[in-house]
Design a protein around this ligand. Structure first.
Ligand SMILES: [Zn+2]
Length: 489
């Protein structure tokens, strides 16, 4: 059996009286949208749980709090399965702490993050997990889990995978990129996949051919091509597609479930689609930056450093964005996560004169729910696909469903009231991430997060953050619910 997330029993009926000491909340007159339906319904919450989804006006009993959602969408809190809060990178750390990053996430409608804990080369996975736990505990405003970045694959590390699973870390990330820092070679990747397959874990993969890319980077620098734009030009889409193809082949040999994280190009996405169409448990994650931003948006000169991330932004007019939107619409893109890894302008300055030294990453965690909703506004995707890729399927892949990722009796009362009649503009002046610029500056979004509940607590009210510090809880996760249990022998 797959290990399911801890999940209480469904109530037999909607309780009409308050349980001892818990607050009952009614969210009335809204349109409830999940990954599969959009329907007018009232949502009944008791304490930390949703206890009923009922026809409008039919909920009975007394409510300590009533939230009128007339004209609003009532959606599950977002699940961002790819973040890097205060990630240590070459002498500095990504600029959002668990406190600032999860507050920004909540204001943007995300109530769960799965952050990446990491192994320091030479240390154990256990050390890495303890380090990340210590950083998050007491500081996160929303619930959080961890993937484990494995950067030192050897017998000792692999023997720790089972222990990690018992601690609720059921996903392990490997890299074909960043030689000397994170890269695992094909033998190490295959070995890790074999171990993962044997215990029901899922491998998350950063797929770019880092060895070839390093040569292209060094050659560019030798030619005097030092500006940020050369970061983009030395990481061609073919090197992303090649790596996806290779790791899919390795995963097939190992019989291992695989998530290709942050897919940026049509080329790489096509490889993931082929794998999936052949029946392999290969899942595709992309990010809002790849859906909306392109090489053409990168300013000339060093200011382009703000847009430096890996994989890089691709060119417009080559079909990358249309392919990814179409993938969301047709269910071939499983998750839109952020790869949130912000660095302030001062931190980005480290790469002036050598693009190889620019810390990689963008600040996105606050805007993910909005930026995918904008795909609904502009006609790329239907409403239910929005919710599927921002909440439901990420929760399934992360082993958190149905505790997280949907609106149903028994699920955690992580609920967002979203107003499609109130537009707003993204800007560094108004965002809450610890970042002094925005790659989405001036983007207009045709909707607004108004109210956010996390396990029944209102933490965002009238778009203002009102959550209590340290209220977020660690989530021991189950295994990927979309992986078939049966094996073809
Ligand atoms: Zn990442």
């Amino acid at each position: 059996m797959p290990v399911l997330a801890t999940f209480g029993p469904y109530p037999r009926s909607v309780p009409s009286s308050t349980m001892m000491g818990t607050m009952r909340t009614l969210i009335s007159n809204g349109t409830v949208v999940t990954g599969s339906i959009a329907a007018e319904a009232d949502v009944v919450i008791d304490g930390e749980k949703i206890v009923g989804v009922v026809a409008p006006g039919s909920a009975e009993g007394d409510f300590g709090r009533v939230i009128d959602a007339t004209g609003r969408y009532v959606i599950p809190g977002g699940v961002d399965m790819h973040t890097h809060m205060e990630l240590p990178v070459s002498g500095t750390s990504s600029s959002d702490t668990y406190e600032t990053g999860t507050r920004a996430a909540a204001i943007g409608g995300t109530t769960t993050i799965v952050d990446y804990a990491g192994q320091t080369r030479g240390d154990t996975l256990e050390d890495g997990l303890a380090e990340w736990m210590a950083r998050a505990q007491g500081n996160s405003f929303i619930d959080y889990g961890f993937h484990m970045m494995v950067t030192d694959v050897h017998e000792g590390t692999l023997s720790e995978f089972s222990e990690m699973m018992r601690a609720g870390v059921t996903t392990f990330k490997l890299f074909t990129a960043y030689p000397g820092v994170n890269l695992s070679d094909d033998r190490q990747i295959l070995e890790a996949m074999q171990v993962a397959a044997s215990i029901g874990a899922t491998i998350m993969m950063h797929a770019e051919n880092g060895i070839a890319i390093d040569l292209l980077r060094d050659e560019a620098i030798a030619r005097g091509e030092v500006d940020p734009i050369y970061h983009l030009l030395t990481r061609p889409a073919s090197m992303e597609a090649e790596a996806v193809h290779r790791v899919v082949a390795l995963a097939e040999i190992a019989g291992c479930p695989l998530v290709i994280v942050h897919i940026s190009s049509q080329d790489a996405f096509a490889e993931a689609v082929v794998a999936r169409d052949r029946g392999l448990p290969v899942f595709a994650e992309t990010c809002p930056q790849y859906l909306w931003l392109a090489q053409e948006d990168v300013p000339e000169g060093f200011e382009g450093a703000k847009f430096v991330c890996s994989p890089p932004l691709r060119r417009r007019g080559e079909g990358h964005q249309a392919a990814l939107w179409s993938g969301i619409s047709t269910g071939r893109v499983d998750a839109v996560a952020t790869d949130h890894c912000p660095f302030t302008w001062e931190q980005k300055e480290a790469g002036r004169g050598d693009f190889r030294k620019i810390p990689n990453g963008l600040g996105v965690v606050e805007h993910r729910v909005d930026l995918v909703y904008q795909g609904v506004v502009e006609g790329w995707i239907p409403l239910t696909r929005w919710i599927d890729v921002i909440a439901e399927t990420p929760a399934k892949i992360s082993g958190l469903y149905p505790k997280k990722g949907t609106i149903a009796p028994g699920s955690d009362a992580d609920v967002v009231v979203y107003n499609p009649a109130q537009s707003h503009v993204l800007s560094a002046e108004t965002h809450h991430m610890n970042l002094d610029y925005s790659v989405f500056e001036g983007a207009e979004i045709g909707g607004t997060v108004e109210t956010v509940l996390s396990r029944g607590d209102v933490i965002v009210d009238h778009s203002e953050f009102v959550g209590e510090p340290g209220r977020g809880r660690y989530l021991a996760r189950g295994t990927n619910a979309l992986v078939p249990e049966a094996v073809d022998r």
